[in-house]
Design a binder for this molecule. Structure first.
Ligand SMILES: NC(=O)c1ccc[n+]([C@@H]2O[C@H](COP(=O)([O-])OP(=O)(O)OC[C@H]3O[C@@H](n4cnc5c(N)ncnc54)[C@H](O)[C@@H]3O)[C@@H](O)[C@H]2O)c1
Length: 339
């Protein structure tokens, strides 16, 4: 395994996950445009090789994990896939769906594994919700809220549209959008009406719990709302924010279906039975580290031909199409249709 981009997510999620699966995978190389950082990470985690150029590293590995800013996901993934190398690429898939499509095409053409790091699917609560969709039946209305009270990331390049493609939606909302789309599939999103905002973040001296940022430089959304219609007339009410004036942070996905309903965080199932509504609770976790470990295992097993991917690149592309449609609808001030 080679790591490309040795920042926060590489160190906190992927390195511990791969190193705990050490019978199946070995991290043999690391590359970062910041060579000092790459060397630091290599030394700390006993990774034998550091590369200045990722193209050089591709000659020596079977798979790569891409943890760079979003702008570089496509070019690196396509180069790796074209050399016959499997790719786990961090979310979001890319800056937009056109880039994502080229990644899918490269994976299909070269018959290689491409996985996007939508690790929420590997959370215990989300996996149980997926199993429980049989009890929910056809979805009617889905609600998604990915809301943070005043937490614009004050580090990295997250507020830079040129490097990330967007803000709260492409960075954080994408996880819950992927979760919801996975749960309600095969229902397909066909129409989006949305509005994006950056009203709070453009004001000086805002209260912000995650460090400080340049209010003049930020050029990405800090709050987004959307109404999404599916091919079966079911709908999804979506809201995400990095900087909301709300009581507390909220991570919410719930589905009201034809037979029952569920809420994911924490997992609850609502069903009519014996002439009344019954509620099922159980112990589930929403552990991110555990999800990261299961994601790494699924990727490695898929590369070895031992498992199917839980998160296909075609599904990740669908998430990118909805994100594009949200941004486009807001720009145009009207509904946008998805093919
Ligand atoms: N799955 C999740 O929950 C999750 C969480 C955080 C970040 N991410 C994703 O991971 C990616 C990286 O985020 P991060 O938090 O680690 O950021 P970060 O800023 O901590 O690290 C990014 C690293 O990439 C390096 N880099 C920049 N351009 C590069 C290039 N062209 N080639 C090689 N290295 C390059 C930087 O020097 C830096 O070390 C982003 O796509 C982000 O969306 C996912």
């Amino acid at each position: 395994m080679g790591l490309i981009g040795a920042g926060g997510i590489a160190e906190n999620r992927h390195i511990p996950a791969y190193q705990s699966l050490n019978e199946d995978v070995e991290i043999t190389g690391v590359q970062d445009v910041n060579l000092v950082r790459a060397k630091e990470v290599a030394e700390k985690y006993a990774i034998p090789h550091v590369y200045e150029d990722y193209l050089e590293m591709l000659k020596h590995v079977d798979a790569v994990t891409i943890c760079t800013p979003n702008k570089f996901h496509e070019s690196i993934a396509v180069a790796a896939l074209n050399q016959g190398i499997h790719v786990l690429c961090e979310k979001p898939m890319a800056m937009n769906a056109a880039e994502g499509k080229r990644m899918v095409d490269a994976a299909e053409k070269n018959n290689r594994i491409l996985m996007i790091g939508y690790h929420y699917r590997f959370m215990d609560a989300v996996a149980l919700a997926k199993q429980s969709m049989a009890d929910v039946g056809n979805p009617i209305v889905t609600r998604v809220q990915a809301l943070r009270q005043r937490k614009v990331p004050g580090w990295g390049v997250f507020i830079n549209k040129q490097l990330q493609g967007g803000g709260s939606l492409i960075d954080w909302g994408c996880h819950l959008l992927d979760t919801a789309l996975w749960l309600v599939s095969p229902s397909k999103p066909v129409e989006v009406n949305a509005q994006t905002y950056q009203r709070l973040s453009k004001q000086p001296n805002q209260v912000n719990d995650w460090g400080s940022y340049d209010h003049e430089a930020i050029d990405v959304d800090d709050h987004v709302s959307a109404y999404i219609r599916f091919d079966d007339q079911s709908t999804l009410l979506f809201e995400c924010s990095w900087a909301a004036n709300i009581k507390e942070d909220k991570t919410h996905v719930s589905i009201s279906g034809e037979n029952g309903g569920l809420s994911v965080f924490p997992f609850e199932l609502y069903q009519p039975k014996h002439n009344r509504m019954m509620e099922t609770h159980t112990n589930t976790t929403e552990d991110q580290q555990q999800a990261g470990l299961l994601q790494a295992k699924n990727f490695i097993d898929a590369c070895s031909g031992k498992a199917q991917l839980r998160s296909s690149p075609q599904e990740a592309l669908q998430v990118s199409k909805v994100i594009d449609a949200i941004y486009e609808s807001s720009n145009q001030g009207k509904s946008v249709f998805i093919n």
